[in-house]
Design a protein around this ligand. Structure first.
Ligand SMILES: Cc1cc2nc3c(=O)[nH]c(=O)nc-3n(C[C@H](O)[C@H](O)[C@H](O)COP(=O)(O)OP(=O)(O)OC[C@H]3O[C@@H](n4cnc5c(N)ncnc54)[C@H](O)[C@@H]3O)c2cc1C
Length: 460
């Protein structure tokens, strides 16, 4: 056994330190679980002090450490090499406080998102971060990746939900920044440094998060529109009409909708498949009676004004699951096509359709029978693209990436709206950040982790 693993086992006990062999019984990732972990050891701290001491030892040994949350990252952010130690926050999974007066929760980093949502709901509140991976992803991972998700249009991304944080630096220093206030201008807002830092600057151990009043009503419609401009007009009109209650506005291009609503998919089409665009729109409100009337009025007016071509409203939980399933069950794509490259670009809403048309035709020029699916969080300016050109070769992948990413630079878009950089997008970071920005990121990394032990090779 390597000396450092012996020392860690001696110091923390066998429960906290899994050997290479024990760790290799686990999957390397919860996203497409086709490989097992291959690491030097897996650490499972129970407290912040454990994390601190573990990092002190690893830092002294120049030992690379990869933080693990729920392992749902899709850009190689949790890839752990045989010489690296994985540090999982899974045992630090307590919800320490739900403060209904302050409308905050204090949670340890290993709390699973869905568990937190349920606990907060039982107290009559809402924790509004919501994403497809909620059953596995953890709050620490959500913070480290600045997760967005399905309700960001209304409640913002993780960055907007974190009030305070505790983080352990590479040398074991504990930075307690457990602020509960909305306003605190006493110097730099240090927590922001770690939000979205993908485990490269420190290990997040705790956080204080904002919670919202639990909505009293939910209204959801699946809508067909004749053109992109009408989708955008409907978005603007809905924002104005529903005020702050518009929660999700998800756009699906026809190809994606047809794929998801044709056999062997389990979903029947709620609307005919011949429209160019579909929208999944949802409002959450506080007035059950008035909200329904408002939502239906909005749809009627939009129909009369020619914005909407066709629409269905979900009338039961079963229908709700059906409509959301069409949008969310992206795993289905992988079951019918292989290999598939996944993208999550961010750009101005007005540029979306032209951008999609441009890259679709550029891809078709190279691979005439390329499969291309576009959909995503239109309301947040964030789209997911799935591309399959029948070949998984790394050079092919880079060629596809070049076609998808390069046009974003000209229109001021970003190569990632939610998933982050990880390993996969590192070579394209310069398209979304200036050389000076990247240099400053490196300066910060060197200052906080001079030996470069935290998640080496990721992001920068
Ligand atoms: C089906 C599916 C749907 C998804 N939908 C969305 C979506 O709508 N929006 C969205 O934003 N993302 C989405 N994702 C991506 C992913 O779920 C998010 O990025 C999520 O926030 C990752 O959380 P995790 O706990 O799984 O983190 P992990 O995958 O374990 O880690 C993510 C990154 O954070 C680091 N990290 C983890 N924990 C810590 C910690 N405590 N301290 C420091 N660094 C840490 C890791 O090293 C890694 O770099 C989706 C993924 C899947 C599989």
């Amino acid at each position: 056994m390597p000396e450092i693993v012996e020392l860690l086992t001696e110091t923390f006990g066998h429960d906290c330190v899994l050997t290479h062999e024990e760790a290799s019984m686990r999957v390397a990732s919860n996203w497409r679980q086709n490989e097992n972990l291959d690491c030097l050891a897996l650490l499972r701290p129970g407290t912040t002090e454990d994390v601190s001491k573990m990092l002190q030892i690893c830092n002294a040994y120049n030992q690379p450490v990869v933080p693990h949350g729920g392992l749902t990252n899709v850009v190689g952010g949790v890839v752990t090499k045989p010489n690296e130690i994985a540090l999982s926050l899974e045992r630090m999974n307590a919800v320490e406080e739900i403060n209904v007066l302050n409308k905050t929760v204090t949670v340890q980093a290993g709390v699973v998102l869905q568990t937190l949502q349920k606990m907060v709901a039982e107290k009559g509140f809402l924790f509004p971060l919501d994403l497809g991976a909620k059953g596995s992803c953890m709050i620490g991972g959500n913070i480290a990746s600045n997760a967005g998700g399905l309700q960001a249009l209304r409640y913002g991304v993780m960055r907007n939900l974190v009030l305070g944080m505790e983080v352990v630096l590479a040398d074991g220093t504990i930075i307690s920044s457990m602020n509960k206030m909305l306003k605190n201008n006493a110097g730099y807002d240090l927590k922001q440094l770690f939000i979205g830092s993908e485990g490269t600057l420190g290990i997040i151990t705790k956080a204080i998060l904002k919670i919202e009043d639990k909505p009293e009503s939910k209204h959801t419609a699946f809508i067909a529109v004749d053109c992109f401009e009408k989708a955008n007009q409907l978005l603007q009109f809905s924002k104005k009409y529903l005020k702050n209650n518009l929660t999700s506005f998800e756009l699906l291009w026809q190809d994606y909708y047809s794929l998801m609503t044709s056999p062997p998919s389990i979903y029947a089409p709620p609307l005919p498949q011949n429209y160019p665009f579909y929208i999944l729109m949802e409002m959450l409100g506080q007035d059950a009676e008035k909200d329904q009337a408002l939502f239906e009025e909005l749809l009627e007016k939009s129909f009369e004004d020619g914005l909407i071509a066709d629409a269905v409203i979900a009338r039961s939980q079963q229908e709700l699951n059906w409509l959301w399933g069409i949008r969310e069950n992206v795993e289905f794509i992988f079951s019918v096509h292989h290999p598939v490259f996944l993208f999550d670009v961010s750009l101005a809403i007005a540029d979306m359709n032209e951008y999609i048309e441009k890259i679709k035709s550029a891809l078709q020029k190279v691979w005439a029978d390329v499969l291309f699916y576009a959909f995503g969080h239109m309301g947040d300016g964030n789209l997911h693209l799935y591309v399959s050109c029948g070949n998984a070769d790394i050079n092919i992948r880079h060629h596809v990436e070049e076609i998808v990413y390069k046009p974003l630079q000209q229109i001021g878009g970003s190569i990632t709206g939610e998933h982050g950089i990880g390993l996969e997008k590192k070579r394209w970071l310069h398209l979304s950040r200036t050389a000076e920005e990247i240099q400053l990121m490196k300066t910060l990394k060197n200052a906080l982790d001079p030996k470069g032990i935290l998640n080496p090779g990721k992001l920068l």
